[in-house]
Design a protein around this ligand. Structure first.
Ligand SMILES: Nc1ncnc2c1ncn2[C@@H]1O[C@H](COP(=O)(O)OP(=O)(O)OP(=O)(O)O)[C@@H](O)[C@H]1O
Length: 314
């Protein structure tokens, strides 16, 4: 897979405050990369540097085959930014917003009109195309915003908090749109989000930023394996089986009324296999068994602990 974004030794300070302290990143083309971190960790600063809005103090950055320091225009032509600062004009209709964007990009009248129609269709906005954006729901507005970013057919999209404030259904629709952009169009996505569940759903790889450094990087599954917290819960079919098992299976907690025990599990299959074999030899009936792996919240909280509790001010 071709590398689409490559960052080495990225540094940025504001006065004496070192915001990014030597970041290295590699993002393959056609994948979703998510940068996570607590408030003030430097996510927005990273996005602003990669999208050519502000300059780095040091480091080498390549985007879409171009050296960002030498060819920022070529990088700019390959990227799209969408999110917190929406480009949607509320008083224009969806179609007018898209055609305005097409005009700004000098697509030409016929091509602009065609592109607007295609995008309205694709982002499920055809019925609302002639209505002013001010009448749109939060989900429709986000879709229009993303559609406007797509007018310029970018190869890399910086997607900032794409589903903040959306209801669960609109959020799922948005996730599917993002997946389609990657799978059908081969777009590379750089996602920043406060929702770890969203990163888990969408990202091929996640990097955790804390105090200007990357403290972990990997697939969601790899990150979850980095922290403890996995366990197995067994619910027994009858009180007799529960009583016989409770003292033998290394349970860290048990519930007499629910007939359940909780057993720590590091994520490997060995604990589970030993447990099942033992229950089998003892002829103890199990009503239900579930394996719980740590989620990204556990990873985030474990790996981004701040030494001081005060949030830096801007
Ligand atoms: N223009 C600026 N001048 C001075 N300090 C700044 C400036 N922009 C950002 N900072 C500081 O840099 C640090 C990182 O900010 P940044 O916005 O990149 O964090 P973030 O991870 O995006 O946080 P959030 O999740 O709150 O958006 C913060 O301490 C912030 O106060």
């Amino acid at each position: 897979m071709r590398t689409f974004v490559s960052v080495t030794g990225l540094r940025k300070s504001y006065g004496a405050h070192r915001v990014l302290d030597g970041i290295d990143l590699t993002i393959p083309q056609g994948t979703v990369f998510s940068l996570l971190g607590p408030n003030g960790a430097g996510k927005t600063t990273t996005v602003q540097i990669l999208s050519t809005l502000i300059k780095a103090d040091a480091g080498e950055i390549w985007v879409a085959g171009h050296d960002l320091a030498k060819e920022p225009d070529k990088v700019r032509a390959a990227i799209g930014v969408t999110g917190q600062f929406s480009a949607v004009d509320s008083f224009l209709t969806g179609e007018e917003n898209l055609r305005l964007m097409a005009d700004l990009l000098h697509l030409g009248r016929a091509k602009g009109r065609r592109r607007a129609r295609e995008l309205l269709e694709r982002f499920d906005l055809t019925d609302a195309a002639r209505k002013p954006a001010v009448t749109y729901s939060g989900g429709m507005r986000r879709r229009l915003d993303l559609a406007m970013t797509m007018v310029g057919t970018p190869s890399l999209i910086f997607l900032d908090e794409p589903t903040t404030g959306l209801d669960p259904r609109s959020r799922r629709t948005m996730w599917q749109i993002v997946r389609d952009l990657v799978q059908q169009d081969g777009v590379t996505i750089f996602l920043t989000t406060q929702y770890l569940e969203e990163a888990d759903e969408l990202a091929d790889r996640i990097a955790l930023l804390s105090q200007g450094r990357l403290v972990a990087e990997g697939t969601p599954e790899e990150l979850k394996r980095m922290v403890p917290g996995g366990h197995i819960v067994v619910r027994f079919a009858d009180p007799d089986g529960y009583r016989r098992a409770a003292g033998h299976v290394g349970a860290t907690s048990s519930n007499d009324a629910a007939l359940t025990v909780q057993i720590p599990d590091s994520g490997g299959v060995r604990t589970l296999r030993k447990l099942l074999e033992w229950l089998d030899t003892q002829a103890i009936d199990v009503a239900e068994l579930s394996v719980h792996t740590p989620d990204l919240d556990d990873v985030f909280l474990t790996l981004t602990q701040e030494p001081s509790t005060k949030e830096p001010s801007r």
